[in-house]
Design a protein around this ligand. Structure first.
Ligand code: DOR
Ligand code: ZN
Length: 357
């Protein structure tokens, strides 16, 4: 069956490029995005030079404008060395502020609550704050949301305890939304034995009970978004003595969710909410005319590295049989992907949040 999904958005990707173009580029990863069915992807600020100043933002905007084949947004990053004076000039051109509250790839960690407080106070109300917060750090961030009432999206929620904190926060009426990642829905810490460093990401893989709590939270409505946390690293880096955290996901998110539909674990309507309607609502975007994905929900296939467009050329889901093949991706009336090839030139993509948007 050919299903039409309007305007898919992945609000959580690390597209690399700039000083990390050996891992991936805006051109390669936005190609992976349209192959995955996406209209738009939002890029995280932890790629060097980190997006913590207007000057660094301008460097990123210039490069991604030249290269992207899908529409896009970029995040400003919060820096422990106070960069809040930059926020007034950055906010107009970004999709939001990203705060890393637990350690991960890159050096944008805020581990001091009084510093986090300063960033919450300084960030303008108009744009959302997206947070990396694990376990009890979720409570630290909820205290700031309660104080400042600023819209906050909790990225890659992955434990039963975190789900409980956020369910309570929603019941309290706090302006919070919740994202979960396919790797936490489909893999557990047991898979680390076979995947090795290819199963290493932050937050890491959890227990089967945590995984089950995430599926339950999707059904109950606590989860708003399924986001990939697409984070390509080269195979050589992953096989090194100190492998970096992160896995690619742009091309596997939709087929993994449609596999769950085919198994009766999820409805198609709920998938459309999780990958399209809800991210558009949370980031206040209107789907442009003729912007949609055609996906064959009956087609099943095995995930193989040679078929992926991501520059890193691997997936933690290699060998898995999934359901749902993207046949066409359309953006603003233009067919950008035909099921095999990208059909538009680099630079086709637009900033959905820029002053020129
Ligand atoms: O696994 C991860 N990789 N988690 C993050 O928070 C960052 C990301 C990256 O940039 O590689
Ligand atoms: Zn991330």
């Amino acid at each position: 069956m050919l299903v039409r999904i309007p305007g898919m958005v992945d609000p959580h990707t690390h597209l690399r490029d700039l000083d990390w173009s050996h891992k991936a580029t805006f051109a390669s990863e936005t190609a992976a995005a349209v192959a995955g069915g996406y209209w738009a992807v939002f890029d995280m600020p932890n790629t060097p030079p980190t997006t913590i100043s207007r000057a660094a933002l301008d460097t990123k905007l210039a490069a991604i404008s030249r290269e992207a084949v899908c529409d896009w947004g970029v995040y400003a990053g919060a820096s422990q060395a106070d960069n809040t004076t930059e926020y007034a000039t950055m906010a107009s051109d970004v999709c939001g502020l990203k705060i890393f509250n637990n350690s991960t790839t890159g050096d944008l960690l805020l581990d001091d609550q009084s510093i986090r407080d300063r960033h919450y106070a300084a960030w303008p109300d108009s744009k959302i704050i997206a947070v990396h917060a694990e376990e009890d750090t979720v409570l630290d961030i909820l205290a700031l949301v309660r104080q400042y009432r600023k819209r906050t999206h909790f990225l890659h929620i992955c434990t039963a305890r975190e789900v409980g904190y956020l369910q309570a926060a929603k019941e309290e009426g706090l302006p919070v939304t919740v994202g979960v990642c396919p790797h936490h829905l489909y893999l557990t810490e047991d898979d680390e034995r076979t995947l090795g460093a290819f199963g290493l990401m932050k937050p890491g893989l959890k227990t089967a009970a945590d995984r089950d709590a995430l599926w339950q939270a999707i059904t109950s409505g606590v989860v708003d978004v399924v986001e990939s946390d697409h984070a390509p690293h080269t195979r050589e880096e992953k096989q090194s003595a100190r492998p970096p955290y992160g896995v690619p996901g742009l091309e596997t998110t939709l087929p993994l969710l449609l596999l769950a539909v085919s198994e009766g674990r999820l409805t198609l309507e709920r998938v459309v909410e999780l990958v399209a309607t809800n991210p558009r609502r949370i980031w206040r975007l209107t789907c442009p005319p003729e912007t949609y994905t055609l996906v064959d929900t009956n087609a099943d296939y095995v995930i193989e590295r040679d078929r992926l467009l991501t520059q890193c050329g691997w997936s933690p889901f290699e060998g898995m049989r999934v359901k749902g093949k993207v046949r066409e991706t359309w953006i603003r009336g233009c067919k950008v992907y035909d099921g095999e090839r990208v059909l538009v030139e680099p630079g086709f993509g637009r900033n959905l949040f820029g002053q020129s948007a």
